[in-house]
Design a protein around this ligand. Sequence first.
Ligand code: 5AD
Ligand code: SF4
Length: 461
Amino acid sequence: MKQKRVHIITMGCQMNVYDSEQMLRHLAPLNYRPTAQQDRADLILLNTCSIRKKAEHKVYSLLGRLVRLKRLKPDLIIGVGGCVAQQEGYRLVERAPHIDIVFGTFARGRVASLVQQVEGQKKRVVDINPRGASEPLCVTGPTFKTGRATAFVTIMQGCDNFCTYCVVPYVRGREISRAPEEILEETRLLIEHGIPEVTLIGQNVNAYGKKNGHGCDFPALLEKVNDIEGLRRIRFTTSHPKDLSDRLIEAFPRLDKLVPHIHLPVQSGSDRILRRMNRGYTKDFYFKKVEKLRDMQPDISITSDIIVGFPGEQNTDFEATLDLVQQVGFDSLFMFKYSDRPNVPAAKLSDKVPDAVSGERLSALLELQNGVTLKKNEALVGTIQEILVDGPSKRSPDQLTGRTACNRIVNFANNGDSQVRVRQILLVRIVKAFSHSLFGHLVGEGHREHAGENGGLSHAA
Ligand code: 5AD
Ligand code: SF4
């Protein structure tokens, strides 16, 4: 069979990164191999995100650029998958007639048969149907490439929380957890392929196993993954504060491979707005969770998401958010302007915040957080950190880049063979702090204990 090339453009979150790999797994039997060169591809797939309006616009501008390529190469097949595909369905083909395939999030496992239909009959296909009862949630297999030393492993999909601003429950469906045996098998495969770190992913990972009757909740799953020989580090994302149990908090000091980092989106510091968002907790509840996390694991790094300009947000609400950010002292923060999404309840609220006001609030929050992040980073100067090496730094190829256990990016001068260093854990002394990264000097290989100095942060083995 003739070898063909597929180029996948992945937008959005880690779930999509993982899903793109799933697509490659499905397409391999049709003899499609991945290519980084768009103009050499026989098949181009856009794996799309619709979390905010901006992400959706990006899809249409990318599609616009593909018109010329399709004219030059009429046999080129263009497919659009992911969240925008699920949300828009046929409307996508109406807006961009050069698309051959629209496949929603539930049709990911059918991508190969859809491509075959187009190859064989030259017809256009749209599949936004639900997943078939006999179709597996994920195909277990090794990673093709992540670009980093960590590999994502999906443990659950969908969300039952229905935060009033969020499109996820509509485009990804209800929560469904993957069987623990599959997760363990995939993790073992990754280790065999030289991956030392897994990131367990899902929209709300700490709700893992609540449904589906696998007899294993999230802390129990972490324990099983922690027992896998050869694995060095475990990360997970994303967690919902209301589902953060004491057992999960206690897992941090107990499980030696679990890194001291949690991404715990708070979204707002105002109880009134949290209620309107349907988040299911108050600001005090969130503070208590943070306190417990820090009691159990004093060096834990806590990161979060915040939305400014949610409908009805007044200055006093925003000030409560600034207060919370100041008081918690997040290690880093993702900040967003509220964006109306189709069908979500918040879109129907009338008291929208003017864009200029949201913009000002976003700038104020950014400024506050940048100062906090820089201070937190500066506190690491002089410590020795265990860095899992991702590869050469993109900006300065003579440097290596990697991550601390607490997920900070560290660049350091490379005096060895970078091919050998990739995916190793090295000891690096931090000498300079910036707001988004750290710079350091290599001091040794292996574990921190052997350096005879305590960096004070990482607890990975
Ligand atoms: N507008 C702005 N930000 C949003 N997020 C989710 N939906 C919206 C929206 N409609 C943010 C939340 C979430 C992160 C992934 O994206 O902060 O945690
Ligand atoms: Fe969206 Fe809320 Fe579910 Fe997160 S928890 S995916 S914000 S509905």
